[in-house]
Write a protein that binds this ligand. Structure first.
Ligand code: GDG
Length: 460
């Protein structure tokens, strides 16, 4: 069987004998295990020197090859271009874009260095699968190194509309980079459509079925919505009562209704609007006071970027303001936890909650909403309130869908969710669980790998 080579910005090498924690990492490890393979990327370390030496570690069937990032590259490639240019633009937030030439140069340089280091490890006759926005130019850089094998690229985040994209300096080069892959995968039809539009407007590309013909190259495209491992999640949720932290929280809740949010602390997740919606709920639906608790888990993320640090402070203030205004001696409406929770406790909270509040301003897919649904008790399920601007909205029609900027609409949807009769909750849950099973994580991986292995390499 052909060896699989996966490249992602971050690679975490599992401790011997321990399994990977994150769902996506599990899916990728599973594919590498099945095909035998190599996982290449940044080890998460920042080195003080400019040298970055390759380390390889073997774990059963999988070789992990990692590099540290020199401080300058961490700042300019990772924080700078990836997260202060690409991330905001691709999440429709031009106001947060901070373009600097140094960032763009470092982005190219690191991608070329990755290509150079990786090409020494390739044996030929492999399938190459590149992940996400940090590595848009990697395919072209590998071709320059003489790599001829089929190469696929998967974008985990949204693809912006053409008019937004062209506000980003250097966008033409990045679009051209993407056209050097053999297969391009997106989360939703919307993202694929935006990408097609961008290459039509920029290069006059032609579309023939699922193939884009442009500048003498042919690139296959597809939509592969990321999913979750439903059975595993259900099993975890059923055992969540075994978790001391989850059990304690449930006990503390008593008769009160829990509204839960859990996100990386990121401005794309709509947390400010969500906090305002909680205040609107307490103002407009006074009977919810005393009876409702909103818990927001916001795991720390990219805190070296000013926007992220500002957001953390803003949310602390907002939580303080809401609690200061509405709390009683025996009740605090907002529980804001700026920390990463253990997974079992998180799943336990999802199961205890009456409402899952997932309101990103933009999201490639969003796995939290899928995990929330799968964690519910089928006999007495909670209700998902979901942003119509999350990729998952196109699949989860059983959710109460809201515009994440419309604070009053979010408050009204929470009220509707808390009043929803059991049979309607069960019906919505069944509908969504069916979709989650059809578009599972395994299915995502299987379809992408199948299409990638059908590609003939495109060496130019
Ligand atoms: C990107 C795209 C796309 C969250 N807090 C804690 C915790 N989490 C876990 C969740 C979930 C994961 O992190 C977050 O995944 P999302 O998909 O919601 O969001 P991003 O991190 O932005 O992921 C996104 C995804 O890639 C996959 O393609 O869906 O659109 O932006 O699994 O449960 N886990 C633990 N503690 C926490 O406090 N243990």
């Amino acid at each position: 069987m052909t060896r699989l080579v996966v490249i992602s910005n971050r690679v975490s090498i599992p401790e011997p004998g321990k399994s990977e924690a994150g769902g996506l990492a599990v899916a990728i490890t599973g594919a590498l295990d099945e095909y035998g393979g190599l996982w290449f990327g940044w080890d998460g370390e920042v080195s003080e020197t400019a040298v970055s030496e390759l380390t390889t570690v073997q774990r059963e069937n999988i070789t992990y090859a990692t590099l540290p990032l020199p401080k300058e590259d961490y700042e300019n490639y990772y924080l700078g271009f990836s997260n202060e240019v690409l991330w905001p633009v691709f999440h429709f937030n031009l106001g947060a874009m901070d373009f600097q030439l140094e960032y763009a140069k470092a982005y190219q340089r690191v991608n070329e260095r990755f290509a150079g280091a990786l090409s020494t490890l390739l044996e030929g006759g492999e399938l190459i699968w590149v992940h996400d926005y940090h590595l848009l130019p990697l395919g072209k850089a590998l071709r320059k190194e003489g790599v001829k094998d089929p190469m696929g690229f998967y974008l985990h985040i949204p693809f912006p509309s053409y008019d937004l994209l062209r506000a980003m300096p250097g966008y033409r080069g990045l679009l051209d980079d993407l056209l050097h892959y053999d297969l391009l995968g997106f989360q939703t039809d919307n993202d694929l459509h935006a990408f097609r539009q961008a290459v039509i407007e920029t290069f006059g590309a032609e579309i023939a079925g699922d193939t884009i013909e442009c500048n003498g190259r042919q690139v296959r495209t597809g939509v592969y919505p990321v999913g979750i491992d439903v059975d595993e999640l259900i099993a975890e949720a059923e055992h969540s009562r075994d978790n001391e932290q989850a059990r304690q929280l449930e006990e503390d809740l008593g008769e009160r209704d829990l509204i839960i949010g859990a996100d990386r602390l990121d401005y794309s997740k709509g947390l400010v609007q969500r906090f305002n919606a909680i205040e609107a709920l307490l103002t407009q639906f006074e009977h919810r006071r005393q009876k409702t608790i909103f818990m927001q888990i916001a795991s720390p993320s990219r805190s070296a970027i000013p926007e992220y640090d500002d957001l953390r402070r803003q949310l602390e203030e907002m939580a303080g303001h809401i609690n200061g205004t509405y709390a009683d001696l025996d009740w605090m409406p907002v529980h804001y936890l700026n920390q990463t929770f253990p997974r079992e406790a998180l799943i336990g909270l999802f199961r205890s909650a009456r409402v899952g509040l997932v309101t990103p301003l933009r999201d490639g897919m969003n796995l939290v909403c899928k995990e929330f649904v799968a964690a519910q008790d089928p006999e007495d399920p909670g209700v998902l309130v979901l942003s119509e601007l999350a990729g998952a909205a196109s699949e989860l029609s059983g959710a109460l869908q809201v515009n994440p900027y419309d604070v009053d609409a979010i408050a009204a949807a929470i009220e509707q969710a808390l009043n929803m009769p059991l049979d309607e909750r069960q019906e919505r849950y069944r509908q969504m669980l069916g979709v989650l099973r059809r578009n599972s994580l395994l299915e995502w991986r299987r379809r992408f790998m199948e299409h990638l292995s059908q590609q003939n390499s495109d060496a130019d």
